[in-house]
Ligand binder design. Structure first.
Ligand SMILES: Nc1ncnc2c1ncn2[C@@H]1O[C@H](COP(=O)(O)OP(=O)(O)OP(=O)(O)O)[C@@H](O)[C@H]1O
Ligand SMILES: [Mg+2]
Length: 453
């Protein structure tokens, strides 16, 4: 009873039943009415015919002839005279005599008429046809039509209608079976699949992929399962990468701190090892800070609070901040912001974005090269580009550089000191602003990162 197909089948059945009842009732009535009308007009036509013959040639022979004509038919004829007595009748069993006595009172009309029309309850329908030959000779030609044939037709029809009803039931059961196959089975599979998902088993395979709503639902669940499976794998990979990322500097820290603790080291040697320890600790601190940022961004609570601020002063401050490290590597940093304009963004987050891009430009550029920070306004949007002439990114790696912990050539990271989090943070931040980031790069020639917010 709880099956959706049963509910649909019951609704379907009730609708079909109501429609069928109306149709059958209408059909039943109209067929019977037509048939009865036909019988009435045939009877009237025959009676009128006999009456006309009688008027034209009134004689005993004609009367006998008329009576003879109705022999062996489902009809009887009876001819009466002016006193109301029966002159002749085709009914040799005299069964109609009694019936006739009941009808005498109705025989006062001047026109042909059906005087007994109740075909359901009486065994005959009767028509009366007045005839007048002259003042002395007048009376009625009465026609009796047995109602057997009409009743037989009704019985036949009732039987056919019962058969139609049974066929409807059978069709209904076939529909029910089909509905349960088409509707219920995929639903049950989907229910089982979602139960599996809720238990953390994401290996789900749904086969029903029709083009209807069920197919769409099925595809959505399959996509959800695939996404969850992918996320689970990504999470595991991500955790493994973090563990790896943290263990590498930790190994250095442990190794170099042991070396630094050794007795008999010169002050200079000890300073060198402590510097390495300091550098690695800072790297770890940055990594953990970036990871925390990313984790916070994944939470729904993360919001950007936008405000208006001037572009040139904002970017000049950033340049001042990074200038010392650029000078160490002898890289020129150019700021191009010709027409000052107002930016509408979260200034702290935007600073984080630009700092990350400038940090990359510095890290992945060779000494004595040039980096340009360019900003302008176009169609109410702020466009900020960081253009370097550094080592570039291989074309087949560009699509991955925004992934968490992704680095081009893992060996680069030791040389350049990256952990592959910066651009993932940048992308999340730009998207949180409702903006976009794109990159163009040529290996060995340089890269351009352009953000539009
Ligand atoms: N301007 C650039 N020129 C060449 N390669 C770049 C540039 N910016 C990023 N990349 C490549 O993309 C990778 C991902 O950059 P991302 O900033 O996410 O990580 P990272 O710089 O290695 O580490 P982090 O920024 O977390 O310290 C880098 O490892 C680097 O190989
Ligand atoms: Mg970086």
């Amino acid at each position: 009873m709880n099956k959706i197909s049963t509910k649909v089948a019951i609704c379907f059945f009730i609708v079909v039943l109501i429609m069928e009842s109306f149709l059958m009732y209408y059909l039943h009535q109209s067929i019977i009415n037509n048939r009865v009308e036909e019988e009435f007009s045939l009877l009237l036509a025959n009676g009128a015919n006999h009456r006309d013959v009688l008027i034209e040639n009134y004689s005993d022979t004609t009367i006998q002839h008329i009576v003879l004509m109705e022999k062996n038919k489902n009809r009887e004829v009876m001819i009466t005279d002016k006193t109301g007595s029966i002159i002749s009748s085709s009914d040799k069993s005299y069964m109609l005599q009694e019936e006739y006595q009941l009808l005498i009172s109705n025989l006062d009309q001047q026109k042909d008429k059906i005087i007994v029309s109740d075909w359901r309850n009486s065994s005959y329908i009767v028509s009366a046809h007045p005839y007048i030959v002259d003042e002395n000779q007048f009376g009625y030609v009465l026609m009796f039509q047995s109602t057997n044939s009409i009743n037989q037709l009704v019985d036949n029809m009732n039987m056919h209608f019962v058969i139609a009803g049974i066929i409807s039931f059978i069709v209904l059961f076939i529909v029910y079976a089909l509905l349960s196959k088409i509707l219920t089975r995929p639903l049950i599979r989907m229910k089982e699949a979602t139960e599996k998902l809720s238990k953390g088993d994401f290996k789900v395979s749904l086969s029903y992929l029709g083009n209807d709503e069920l197919g769409e639902l099925s595809r959505s669940i399959q996509k959800l399962a695939n996404d969850l499976e992918r996320l689970k794998n990504e999470r595991n990979e991500f955790l493994a990468s973090i563990a790896h990322e943290l263990s590498t500097p930790l190994t250095y820290l442990i190794g170099y701190s042991k070396v630094a603790m050794r007795k008999g080291l010169s002050e200079e040697e000890r300073k060198h090892y402590l510097e390495i320890i300091d550098e690695e600790s800072n790297r770890m601190k940055d990594l953990v800070k970036n990871l925390l940022d990313l984790a916070r961004m994944d939470e729904t609570s993360f919001t950007v609070s936008k405000e208006y601020f001037w572009a040139s002063s904002f970017l000049e401050n950033i340049c001042k901040l990074v200038m010392p490290s650029y000078e160490v590597k002898k890289i020129r940093l150019n700021l191009v912001c010709e027409n000052d304009f107002q930016i509408y963004a979260d200034s702290i987050r935007l600073e984080q974005i630009v700092l990350n891009l400038l940090d990359n430009a510095l890290k992945y550029s060779n000494e004595n090269s040039k980096v340009t920070l360019e900003a302008y306004k176009k169609d109410e949007k702020t466009i900020i580009s960081v253009i370097d002439t550094g080592i570039g990114i291989p074309p087949d790696e560009i699509e991955f550089i925004f992934d968490k912990l992704y680095r081009v050539e893992k060996s680069r990271s030791r040389t350049y000191g990256g952990s592959g989090i910066g651009l993932a943070v940048v992308k999340e931040l730009v998207e949180a602003h409702g903006g976009t980031i794109e990159v163009k790069s040529k290996l060995g020639k340089g890269s351009t990162f352009k953000i539009v917010i």
